[in-house]
Design a protein around this ligand. Structure first.
Ligand code: UD1
Ligand code: UDP
Length: 372
């Protein structure tokens, strides 16, 4: 039996790991072991319930307003003895969070092979996104199996000196996840959401990135206010990330505005339905940039640079940064120009085909069959 451990702790990791865990559970020769750091709490728990993921352990490391150093230290201290006891044959980490970096590092210390899901994304800017760009570069130095979502990601790994036979282009598992959910959702699970006035044109917004906290997020809010001023028919739905610093800014600018629904984070199926109901999406999220094209929704990316360049190239996303006027002008074009809108909404999703998890499992099985 191959003991395959999934180390994760945040909402996006859970969503992107879930299809791989579900697949691994069905495999005879694999024993999946879910080890949670608990870097996130409420917004992680709802994903575990949704996909019926039962962790062996949850280290519960989250604290209010945690700093990167404290978080890193807590995960090292608490995860280390777990790996010592469990001795998995492989540790899988996903993406670029603190949990993913520490999971990979500790596996290396115990000389356990590491598989990196969503490997090879690069913005080539040390501080954007911060600290994720450097987290994923460091994970690439450690990993033995690199599961790249796209050709471009694989190219980045090759350029970075990773051996070709360790890189596998598999697509992004988030497409597997959204495919599992999107067809099933047509009413919100929470009653109050079904009562929300979504108007004729609803724009969905999410923002949480560390580098956007402060003046950039204030600019995003000002852009929303300006859009409302010139288009009073617009309705904005903004599920707020639980980070207190994010909430403070959003509430300061947008609370009690009749055109803005500032709401609690949505459970994944409700969020997918909200994406479906939106006209377009404003976001600094990584995952949302990848999911939106599956639903034919244009994305305006609230970042100065993105590692998800495939969407920009394919035309599913437009980078608008955090400049108030750029956001306003680009959103206005989308609203006023149905032909531009239609063109964007018909582009095929460049991030995957929904079969990534199965590919990852086959590769892991093959890796261990060669080792015997
Ligand atoms: C983390 C990841 C980021 C990812 C994001 C997804 C790192 C460095 N960053 O950032 O890459 O995009 O998750 O959402 O790993 N909080 C709660 N409840 C929760 C979750 C968070 O109250 O369920 C609050 C806490 O006060 C916490 C703060 O949010 O201290 C920040 O959480 P943290 O995981 O440190 O950073 P994120 O911004 O969520
Ligand atoms: N998401 C969700 N509820 C929300 C906001 C986002 O379920 O209220 C999902 C979204 O569909 C995507 C993931 O969470 O799959 C993205 O998480 P986030 O934006 O927090 O992190 P990132 O992808 O930027 O790391």
């Amino acid at each position: 039996m191959t003991k395959i451990s999934f180390v994760f702790g945040t909402r996006p990791e859970a969503i992107k790991m879930a299809p791989v865990i579900i697949g691994a559970k069905k495999e005879r020769g694999l024993t999946p072991l879910v080890l949670l750091t608990g870097q996130h709490r409420e917004i992680l728990d709802s994903v575990l319930d949704l996909f019926k993921i039962r962790p062996k352990i949850n280290l519960g490391v989250m604290r209010k307003n945690q700093t990167l150093s404290e978080l890193t230290a807590r995960i090292i201290k608490k995860l280390n003895p777990v790996l010592e006891i469990e001795k998995p044959n492989i540790v899988l980490v996903q993406g670029d969070t603190t949990t993913a970096l520490v999971g990979a590092l500790l596996a290396f210390y115990h000389q356990i092979p590491v598989g990196h899901i969503e490997a090879g994304l690069r913005s080539f800017d040390k501080f954007q996104p911060f600290p994720e760009e450097i987290n994923r570069c460091m994970i690439s130095q450690i990993a033995d199996l690199h599961f790249a979502p796209t050709k471009d990601a694989a190219k980045n790994l090759l350029t970075g000196g990773i051996k070709k036979d360790q890189i596998f282009i598999v697509g992004n598992t988030v497409i597997d996840a959204i495919n599992l959910i999107a067809k099933k959702v047509n009413i919100f699970s929470k009653k109050e959401l079904n009562k929300l006035n979504l108007g004729k044109i609803m724009v969905l917004i999410t923002t949480h990135r560390r580098e956007n906290i402060g003046p950039p997020m204030e600019n995003i809010c000002r852009a929303i206010l300006k859009l409302i001023k010139f288009n009073p028919e617009l309705i904005f739905v903004l599920p707020m990330h639980p980070n207190p610093k994010v909430r403070e800014t959003l509430k300061k600018y947008l609370d009690n505005n009749p055109n803005v629904h500032l709401i609690e984070p949505l459970d994944y199926p409700d969020f997918v339905l909200m994406m479906k109901k939106s006209y377009f999406i404003l976001t600094d999220s990584g995952g949302v940039q990848e999911e939106a094209p599956s639903l034919g929704k244009p994305v305006l990316v609230l970042r100065e640079t993105t590692e998800r360049k495939e969407g920009i190239k394919a035309g599913t996303a437009i980078m608008v940064g955090t400049n108030q006027n750029k956001i306003f002008d680009t959103a206005t074009k989308l609203i006023k120009n149905p032909r531009t809108y239609k063109k964007i909404s018909l582009v095929k999703n460049p991030y995957g085909d929904g079969k990534s998890s199965q590919r990852i499992i086959e590769i892991i099985k093959y890796y261990f069959s060669n080792k015997k």
